[in-house]
Design a protein around this ligand. Structure first.
Ligand SMILES: C[S@@+](CC[C@H](N)C(=O)[O-])C[C@H]1O[C@@H](n2cnc3c(N)ncnc32)[C@H](O)[C@@H]1O
Length: 224
């Protein structure tokens, strides 16, 4: 599915979130402490938006690894990284979040933007992310969550389950099923408290979260 949508991913993201995803990503990146010669890992980096924001926080001599399971998404990310002149600081690599393959205690920070919801086994991914973080390092998880107001939940349900599939079939002539997958994957994903409990169970010592756009999205910050 991600292979089929990779080329249109950025445009679709901007249209379907009314441009809000840029703001959400900036806020997530701001949860990563600025670190001189820092090492950061972005998991499920896709087209590298978060990795690009992280690069400026890792200081001179800093490095960011933008990793993703899907080569087509990474190709779009690599193209953007080069076009924006960050090829020296950001490397794009194909890696599964459940088997990261880096040494223990490698990164000052790990981020994941709208990736974790798609991973097969969340606890495997959290264990891997915790393993590759340095002690005291932060995992910043930006993900869809549960709107906190009843009226917003109703509006959001209408948008997700009625308008989005309609746009998918009538406007985008989609055949991948992405417009049905997106809302379904959001509804089956743990809510704010559920995700916090899972991160604590995975061994992170402190987990806090912040709701964005009334809880449509949440940023969880987990400390190793
Ligand atoms: C919705 S996109 C998010 C991309 C980007 N982080 C953003 O915020 O725009 C989800 C990404 O997660 C990747 N993904 C899904 N499962 C993964 C896994 N097990 N390991 C690594 N990446 C994965 C997909 O290939 C896709 O690029």
């Amino acid at each position: 599915m991600f292979t089929a949508i990779a080329r249109r991913y950025d445009l679709n993201n901007t249209l379907l979130s009314f441009g809000l995803h840029h703001r959400w990503k900036k806020l997530a990146a701001s949860c990563v402490p600025e670190t001189a010669r820092g090492r950061a890992l972005d998991v499920g980096a896709g087209t590298a938006d978060l990795a690009l924001l992280l690069a400026s926080r890792m200081g001179t001599g800093g490095r960011v690894l933008a990793t993703d399971l899907n080569e087509a998404m990474l190709r779009e990310g690599r193209r953007k990284v080069i076009a924006l002149g960050h090829a020296g600081a950001i490397a794009c690599l194909r890696t599964n979040a459940e088997h990261l393959g880096f040494s223990d205690h490698t990164f000052h920070a790990v981020t994941a933007g709208f990736c974790i919801r798609n991973v097969g086994n969340l606890m495997n991914a959290f264990a891997e992310i915790r393993r590759v973080l340095k002690p005291g390092g932060r995992f910043v998880c930006l993900e869809f969550s549960r709107p906190v107001y009843g009226w917003l939940r109703a509006l959001y349900d209408w948008y997700s389950f009625r308008l989005l599939p309609w746009i998918g079939t009538r406007v985008a002539h989609d055949t991948t099923g992405v417009y049905e997958y997106l809302p379904a994957s959001i509804r089956t994903f743990p809510n704010q408290e559920g995700l916090k409990a899972m991160l604590l169970k995975a061994g992170f010592s402190q987990v806090d979260y912040r709701n964005l756009s009334g809880g449509i999205v949440a940023i969880h910050v987990a400390i190793k």
